[in-house]
Design a binder for this molecule. Structure first.
Ligand code: GAL
Length: 131
């Protein structure tokens, strides 16, 4: 089992073609989970399943939160195992959950190589991370 919060350095920073897979299990009485891609001054991509609101919120932080994006559906369930796969292209972060593409988040922070930390926080157990 991998401790949460989980943080790893993205060697050489992010670039198109890099991908991240996390396998885990949602906690039994979950509030929120966050998958964050960080740079020195903020968060380039915050993917935030919210069980209290039964939706996923995506956003970026650069001293303040920007406009939220709401992918359709809520692919995470309390107590259930999941696999999330996030891959970076030259124009977006693409997110698949359990093999289904659930969102494409257009890059707002475009200095991709400055995005150097991948983080998972919140109400989740992690069994496997592949970056
Ligand atoms: C805020 C919340 C943050 C983050 C943000 C995204 O309301 O406190 O944790 O999820 O929304 O827009």
């Amino acid at each position: 089992m991998i401790p949460v919060p989980y943080r790893s350095i993205i060697n050489g920073g992010l670039k198109p073609g890099k991908s991240f897979t996390v396998r885990g299990v949602v906690s039994c009485n979950p509030h929120r989970i966050a998958f964050n891609f960080r740079h020195l001054l903020g968060i380039a991509f915050h993917y935030n399943p919210r069980f209290d609101e039964n939706k996923v919120v995506c956003n970026s932080w650069d001293g303040q939160w920007g406009p939220e994006e709401y992918p359709a559906g809520m692919p995470f369930k309390a107590g259930q195992p999941f696999e999330i796969y996030i891959f970076c292209t030259d124009h977006s972060f693409n997110v698949c959950v359990n093999g289904v593409q659930v969102h494409s988040y257009k890059h707002r922070f475009c200095s991709l190589n400055g995005i150097d930390v991948f983080e998972v926080t919140g109400d989740v157990q992690i069994n496997h991370v592949e970056a």
